[in-house]
Structure formats: structure tokens, C-alpha cells
Design a protein around this ligand. Structure first.
Ligand SMILES: Nc1ncnc2c1ncn2[C@@H]1O[C@H](COP(=O)(O)OP(=O)(O)O)[C@@H](O)[C@H]1O
Ligand SMILES: Cc1ncc(COP(=O)(O)OP(=O)(O)O)c(N)n1
Length: 271
């Protein structure tokens, strides 16, 4: 069996629920060998982000280059990118290598309201990174920033998805975790070939949702690295995050992390 390798380019969450830590835990659970390039260190726990310390751009580039020069990376994910400089450097670096499926989680603001992407960097993300994305995974507030439109209804979600595809992404999944008006966790997938579908799971009443977006995008990246089609990878990632939210770990005093072991536990129970 050949081990598949995935790369995450993201920030560190000292609390272990989001960022690089969530990505690597998720890759591990999927049997994918995780490699990483840190863009920033955050002092973070379940109560919030207490400090952000960006890595110098040459350090980010050196990490990505070290991984890509040595491993056959099957899928790459970006998370917290923090600045225009880091975004531009990563976009041009990735173009030096043979194309790798690229999952962009356009991380902007943490649950506690702290900024993980400088406002001025949004334009660089739209112009330089989204056009090379295999799939981008915005939550509703991120999709509002990327499209400049207010998103309330299902029709708004579909319209915003089209705008994001027109920015150059091959596919988009609009995550529904920020919709308070629904009893279901509804995510909408659309791609540049005209395929679209909605994935719905029961809404879990919990405050332990720290890192849901990172974990979902990491699972998607892991399944792509394993060779799943984009639509199958999205569907399986949805199962992964649903299990991780349902089987809460109840650690920390604020918004606790999701349970990265839960998907495999559930699979074992089913067999
Ligand atoms: N309380 C919940 N119950 C079930 N699924 C949820 C819940 N909150 C978020 N999700 C799911 O978790 C994934 C991440 O969504 P979201 O929380 O919107 O991302 P982000 O962490 O980037 O804000 C999506 O698949 C979403 O539907
Ligand atoms: C280092 C780091 N990266 C990303 C995030 C955002 O994670 P997300 O999955 O969107 O979850 P919440 O922060 O919204 O709970 C982060 N917090 N830290």
C-alpha cells in the first residue's frame, strides 16, 4: 500500500481544536500522512485567540518548498493565511510545481471575533488564490466578504456560490454552520461544470464547535488525497464533521474542540 501525503498550509492553534493541529489529526484519522507549513502561531484556547504571531514569509515559503521538493503531495489545503504577502507567495510557489488539488478554507475570523486574515488580504485571496482552487469552503460570513452580498436565503447561497465560481474556483461548498434559522446543518456544493447538490445532517445543539471549518476542510483534503472524486470527498467529509460534532469531547471551558476520533469509532461500530 502506498501512503498518500497531504499538505496543510495554515496557522497553529495552541488549543489543538482548529488550525494545523486539527488538520494533522484529521489526516491521521484518514490514514493520510500529514505534512505542514505554518503561517502563524496563535495563542489560543476554547475561550478565544489571545495572540497572533505571523511567520516571516520566507519561512512559510521554505516550509512549503521543503515538503513539495521531497514528497509526492496528493492534495494541499490552506487555512489561516493572515497576510497579502503570504497569500501571494503561496500562490506563485504552487504554480512552480505540477498541479496539486487545492482546497482553500478562506479563514478570516475566529469564533470569538478575532481576525485571522488582514482585511487588506481579501483582494489577494480573490485574485491570486481562488483562481487556482480545486474547491473553496467558505462559511456564510466569509462568502459574504468574498462576494460583497448579504446571504440569508437558500437562493442567496446559490447566487453567492456562482459568484465564487466566477472568481475562478473549480468548485465551492457553502458551509451552513452560521445559519441560525434552520434545524439542519445544510451545506451547498456547486462546481464549474454545473453540478450542484445540498448536503443535510441534523443540527447538533452544542457549543463545542471550535474548529469545525478546519476539520471539515481537512477531511475533504484527506479524502481527495486518497483518490475520492470531489463530490464523494465532500459527502464523506460531511460525515466526518457530523460525527466529530455529535460526539463532543467536552474539554475546555469555552467552545470546545470537535472529536477527531469519532468518525472512525462510528465506522468500527457499524462493522
Ligand atoms: N451545530 C452543528 N451541527 C451540525 N453541523 C454543524 C454544526 N455547526 C457546524 N456544522 C457543520 O460543520 C461544518 C463547518 O461549518 P461552519 O461551522 O459553518 O464552518 P466554520 O467553522 O468555518 O465557521 C459544516 O459542514 C456545517 O454544516
Ligand atoms: C489557527 C487557526 N486557524 C483557523 C481557525 C478558524 O477555525 P474554524 O474551523 O473556522 O473554527 P472557529 O475558530 O470558528 O471555531 C482558528 N480558530 N485558528
Amino acid at each position: 500500500m502506498t501512503v498518500k501525503v497531504a499538505l496543510t498550509i495554515a496557522g497553529s492553534d495552541s488549543g489543538g481544536g482548529a488550525g494545523i493541529q486539527a488538520d494533522l489529526k484529521t489526516f491521521q484519522e484518514l490514514g493520510v500522512f500529514g505534512t505542514s507549513a505554518l503561517t502563524a502561531i496563535t495563542a489560543q484556547n476554547t475561550q478565544g485567540v489571545h495572540g497572533v504571531y505571523p511567520v516571516p514569509v520566507e519561512g512559510v515559503v521554505a516550509q512549503v518548498r521543503a515538503v513539495l521538493d521531497d514528497f509526492e503531495v496528493k492534495a494541499c489545503k490552506t487555512g489561516m493565511l493572515f497576510s497579502t504577502e503570504i497569500i501571494m507567495a503561496i500562490a506563485s510557489l504552487l504554480e512552480e510545481y505540477p498541479p496539486i488539488p487545492l482546497v482553500i478554507d478562506p479563514v478570516m475570523i475566529a469564533k470569538g471575533g478575532q481576525s485571522l486574515l488582514l482585511q487588506e488580504a481579501v483582494q489577494a485571496m480573490k485574485e491570486n488564490l481562488i483562481p487556482i482552487a480545486t474547491i473553496i469552503t467558505p462559511n456564510i460570513p466569509e462568502a459574504e466578504v468574498l462576494t460583497g452580498m448579504k446571504i440569508v436565503t437558500d437562493e442567496d447561497i446559490q447566487e453567492a456560490a456562482q459568484i465564487i465560481i466566477e472568481l475562478g474556483a473549480r468548485a465551492v461548498i457553502m458551509k451552513g454552520g452560521h445559519r441560525n434559522d434552520v434545524l439542519e446543518a445544510k451545506d451547498y456544493y456547486a462546481d464549474c461544470e454545473g453540478q450542484s447538490f445540498t448536503m443535510t445532517t441534523p443540527w447538533v445543539q452544542t457549543k463545542d464547535t471550535h474548529g469545525t471549518g478546519c476539520t471539515f476542510a481537512a477531511a475533504l483534503t484527506g479524502f481527495i488525497a486518497k483518490g475520492y472524486s470531489l463530490s464523494d470527498a465532500v459527502a464523506e467529509a460531511k460525515q466526518f464533521i457530523q460525527a466529530a460534532i455529535e460526539d463532543s469531547l467536552r474539554i475546555g471551558s469555552g467552545h470546545g474542540p470537535t472529536n477527531h476520533w469519532a468518525y472512525n469509532r462510528l465506522k468500527k461500530e457499524m462493522h
